[in-house]
Design a protein around this ligand. Structure first.
Ligand code: NAI
Ligand code: MG
Length: 325
């Protein structure tokens, strides 16, 4: 069996606690995975003058996947500091941000476009500082590839795709996204396809989240809706995510940040990192192991200490696999 190289970037703060916990869970499974530790983050920047050293990038380039914790971003601009996660997404063209949300009666996935929209970094000030303008860039090609991926994923789930936009107001940008989305979705005749305006989608997510399977949308809408959806269940402690491109590597990370308020105390909830590792396994082709970890992590409450919760998850996984024999 060929081995998969995983670059592990724990990063700053609780990244240093939850990512080793997730690797620990993976190591107990006996899968052909090789872990390579790499540095990035604000601590690295302070030490080495670069938040994402060339050596880290090189290791990532040689990997099947990247497991990423979180990095701390300074509140004010610091010369030479660039957020490693944004650089990695850009470098590997990780155009899709996948954020699953599940609990007893909710099982939905938000597929968010990760490269353009209102986060195209085209902002300017005019009128002597009295007017600020952000350009919202939508392209047919980026819309097509994100919707195609969402359709392919929906086929493997419950077969329902919700296209979220605001084309009634944003006639050009959302209009192009909507038109492209329906064109691509038409290539998948077995899917149930609907469209919902973004404000209505927020209301429906709060009111009746179980009606959704796969939601596909543009960058800012996806950012906001996915945090709303995460809030419907256990919050940041159990919210995983994946950043996927058309080639390897893909990057898997908990949605939460470095949590400086609790860092170093050994009390961070490791389940978001463990669930992100499960998404990585699924993407690498280990669907069964991924499903077991996801089920067990969701059923195991956070014990208050990172190490205790991790051990409990490992123990339950071992019990499951011995029953399966
Ligand atoms: P945060 O997610 O780090 O923390 C928000 C709150 O949730 C805090 O009270 C924290 O203690 C709690 N929390 C988060 N994850 C937790 C876990 N696993 N277990 C228990 N409690 C948890 O967001 P915040 O405070 O806005 O940002 C802190 C730093 O993280 C900032 O420097 C920010 O830039 C960075 N950040 C980095 C991200 C990344 O690297 N992808 C993503 C989000 C934030
Ligand atoms: Mg966000």
């Amino acid at each position: 069996m060929s081995k998969h190289i995983i670059t592990v970037i724990s990063g700053d703060g609780i990244g240093q606690e939850v990512i080793p916990a997730a690797v620990h869970v993976l190591e107990t499974l006996g899968l052909p995975l090789i872990f390579r530790q790499a540095e990035a983050g604000f601590g690295t920047f302070e030490r080495a003058g670069n938040a994402l050293p060339t050596e880290t990038l090189r290791l990532c380039e040689d990997s099947a996947a990247i497991l990423f914790g979180a990095t701390q971003s300074p509140m004010s601009k610091i010369q030479g500091y660039q957020s490693p996660i944004l650089t990695l997404r850009h470098h590997f063209d990780l155009f899709a941000n996948l954020r699953p949300v599940s609990s007893e009666n909710i099982d939905l996935l938000i597929v968010r476009e990760n490269t353009e929209g209102l986060y195209s970094r085209r902002e300017r000030v005019e009128d002597g500082g009295q007017t600020a303008i952000a350009e919202r860039v939508i392209t047919a090609s980026a819309s097509a590839r994100i919707v195609r991926l969402a359709c392919e994923i929906a086929l493997r789930r419950r077969g329902k795709l919700t296209i979220v936009h605001k084309a009634n107001v944003l006639k050009e940008t959302c209009g192009l996204f909507r038109r492209t989305a329906f064109e691509i979705a038409a290539e998948f005749p077995t899917l149930i396809v609907e469209e919902v305006l973004v404000d209505t989608a927020a209301m429906l997510l709060a009111q009746n989240p179980s009606r959704f399977d796969v939601i596909v949308t543009t960058n800012l809408f996806g950012d906001i809706l996915s945090d709303l959806a995460a809030g419907l269940t256990g919050g940041l402690g159990i919210a995983p995510s994946a950043n996927i491109g058309s080639q390897r590597p893909a990057l898997f990370e908990p949605v939460h940040g470095s949590a400086p308020d609790i860092a170093g105390r050994g009390i961070a909830d490791p389940r978001a990192a463990i669930l992100s590792a499960a998404m990585m396994l699924d993407w690498l082709g280990y669907a069964q192991a991924a499903a077991s970890i996801t089920r067990v992590a969701c059923q195991t409450p956070h014990a208050g200490r990172t190490a205790d919760t991790t051990e409990r998850i490992i123990q339950r996984l071992a019990e499951e696999s011995s029953h399966a024999c």
